[in-house]
Ligand binder design. Structure first.
Ligand SMILES: [Zn+2]
Length: 102
């Protein structure tokens, strides 16, 4: 089961299979997956801030240095993402996590 939530109005949609981009029927804004929770990289790609290739690059570096070192920090250090963009994505991730009632 995949659950998507609109972070503006709180509307939720349920899917048996993972869908492509989901748009809120009320707000016309992109909805975020809350179950299973989205990874930061997925949020960054969905926001159009970065492409998957760059995420992969950062994930490879993360594997080499320390699995617990935040992927967002690596992207900023590589100059692939600004601190503001990272902050924006982290806020969305937090909101999506708080939206999980299950
Ligand atoms: Zn909405």
């Amino acid at each position: 089961m995949f659950i998507y939530k609109c972070l503006l109005c709180g509307y939720e949609l349920y899917y048996e299979k993972e869908p492509e981009n989901v748009i809120c029927p009320k707000c016309n804004k992109v909805m975020f997956r809350i179950k299973p929770p989205m990874k930061l990289g997925e949020i960054l790609v969905l926001l159009g801030l970065i492409d998957e290739e760059k995420i992969e690059k950062a994930l490879n570096i993360q594997k080499k240095i320390n699995y617990h070192y935040p992927i967002g920090k690596i992207l900023v250090k590589l100059g692939l993402l600004t601190s503001n963009q990272l902050y924006r994505a982290l806020i969305i991730q937090r909101k999506a996590l708080l939206g999980t009632k299950l």
